[in-house]
Design a protein around this ligand. Structure first.
Ligand SMILES: C[S@@+](CC[C@H](N)C(=O)[O-])C[C@H]1O[C@@H](n2cnc3c(N)ncnc32)[C@H](O)[C@@H]1O
Length: 334
């Protein structure tokens, strides 16, 4: 499966539309604006999502983007481990369950979901939405009101996803939380998705180094398990998604799409099946004479140029997007 910009599932959008009936759009708009300002200042969910109107404005303005980012990342997992067909998922810091919905779209095999969050407000709306969507994974999910900083590891799942949630963990507790989730939940695969900022990338690199020392193997995005070679830069990716009419109104936005930047890490108990030698870590530049690409490779960072005259390779490189893996790449470096 190739990563794209999948919209949230139709049944979820309908359940959200039902929640909007009779609600003041102006009220939601002022909540959405407060939410944006809060997130810009790194405010936590506990400080920003205080009631159902806040949670609904999150569903309309942030969840489509977190859904798109986690859908992209999970499709990278499907690419790296095509044999991985999970039946259980734990969505840790689930919010309204974006990661669970995205996982279900990729693996219809999933038949058990645990959604865990410390926000009672988010969990209540997540459950209401799930009840509207009959015969789906979320409608039978187990919802747990827990704090993952003090989380007793009494649930297990093959796939554990933490999406845009570790970012809210205190600096001093970060490693302990990641360690506990990896060690105690029995996951074959552990996925972390974070906002694409330098701060969140640095935190992710700390988690990466620690879990590598404790037996984890990296499936994506890195094509190697050495220290990250980026200097004065950070590894992140982007997905573009259309804005709904509601989103445009609530955010007072003009542009009909938004770009969501994210960083991620996919860890497994064994290495990827599809070995790749490099990944595009910036948008490729297509010029008249060829394609320029910035790659993270097994040997470090490389700036490559694939000439138009190298027909087969050029054709392959032209199709590549930011974030795609390469099995082999041009050695012609400018
Ligand atoms: C920005 S939201 C992301 C929600 C969802 N995962 C998504 O991708 O849309 C962060 C979530 O992490 C949860 N969270 C933050 N700290 C937590 C903690 N210590 N224990 C459990 N959940 C936590 C928040 O309550 C919130 O639901």
């Amino acid at each position: 499966m190739t990563p794209g910009q999948p919209p949230m599932p139709a049944a979820l959008l309908q359940a959200l539309a039902a929640q909007l009936e009779g609600r003041s759009r102006q009220e939601l708009r002022s909540r959405a604006q407060a939410l944006s300002s809060g997130y810009r200042l790194h405010a936590t969910t506990a400080a920003t999502i205080r009631d159902e109107s806040d949670a609904l404005s999150y569903a309309l303005t942030r969840m489509p983007a977190t859904y798109a980012a986690v859908a992209h990342v999970l499709s990278r997992l499907a690419e790296a481990r095509p044999d991985f067909v999970p039946v259980s998922i734990a969505d840790v810091g689930c919010g309204l369950g974006a990661a669970t919905y995205a996982a279900q779209a990729i693996w219809p095999s999933l038949d058990r979901a645990i959604l865990l969050d410390q926000s009672a407000v988010f969990l209540k709306l997540a459950q209401e939405l799930a009840q509207e969507i009959s015969a789906s994974l979320v409608s039978q999910a187990q919802f747990l009101n827990r704090d993952f900083v003090a989380f007793a590891p009494d649930v297990q799942a093959e796939l554990v996803v933490v999406s845009y949630a570790l970012t809210e963990a205190p600096e001093g507790a970060l490693i302990e939380i990641a360690d506990r989730l990896w060690a105690s939940m029995g996951a074959e695969i552990f996925v972390i998705v974070e906002p694409g900022t330098s701060r969140d990338y640095s935190r992710l690199m700390r988690v990466r180094a620690h879990l590598l020392q404790h037996g984890a193997r990296i499936l994506a995005p890195c094509p190697h398990e050495s220290a990250c070679p980026l200097i004065e830069d950070w590894c992140h990716f982007k997905t573009r998604l259309p804005r709904s009419k509601e989103h445009l109104f609530l955010k007072d936005a003009r542009v009909p799409y938004e770009d969501e930047k994210f960083s991620y890490l996919i860890l497994g108990r064994r290495p990827a099946d599809q070995s790749f030698t490099a990944r595009l870590i910036a948008p490729p530049q297509i010029g008249k004479t060829g394609v320029y690409a910035r790659l993270c490779t097994t040997g470090g960072i490389e700036e490559t140029f694939t000439a138009r005259r190298d027909k087969a390779l050029y054709k392959e490189m032209r199709r590549k997007e930011w974030g795609d893996p390469l099995v082999a790449h041009s050695k012609e470096t400018e």
